[in-house]
Design a binder for this molecule. Structure first.
Ligand code: SF4
Length: 149
């Protein structure tokens, strides 16, 4: 077993990318999930801002054009195997921005949903989703990561 696999048995690192929503999802993801009420760090689910250290990438919001290339760069910088969780209706289907992008796709300013930019493994709907659903989404992404050789 390599060093990365060994460390993943002890802790999962989650990176969050805010790509263009209203920040409602971000409050649930970062403030609520890490708050004493949910306290995911007690289960060794840790937040990181370093993509090279991350196992799971959470993306919230549609993707503003300024974030298209940075999001691709973050995704490519995360070592394999990795999981991507799209959190919130904006990331999952475009939500209130749909009238700008059509059912699916992109215009010059907004790309939605997130899987038009990078591959997504798990989708967590809701506006904003509950913290429990965000945690469940991360857990759903784990087998791909933990069962890798
Ligand atoms: S899904 Fe709702 S709460 Fe989340 S970023 Fe979009 S509008 Fe805001």
């Amino acid at each position: 077993m390599n060093l990365k696999a060994t460390s993943r048995k002890n802790a999962i690192h989650v990176m969050v990318a805010y790509t263009g929503g209203c920040n409602g999802c971000d409050i649930e993801i970062v403030n609520a999930v890490l708050s004493p009420r949910y306290d995911v760090e007690q289960y060794r689910v840790l937040l990181t801002w370093n993509p090279r250290e991350a196992d799971v990438l959470i993306v919230s919001g549609v993707v503003a054009w300024q974030m298209v290339e940075p999001l691709k760069k973050i995704y490519e910088s995360i070592p394999e195997p990795k999981g991507v969780v799209a959190v919130g209706a904006c990331a999952v289907n475009g939500n209130v921005y749909k009238n700008l992008v059509g059912d699916i796709g992109q215009n010059e300013e907004i790309w939605a949903p997130v899987d038009t930019v990078i591959p997504v493994d798990v989708k967590v709907p809701g506006c904003a989703p509950r913290p429990e659903d965000v945690i469940a989404g991360v857990v759903k992404a784990l087998p791909k990561i933990l069962e890798a050789p």
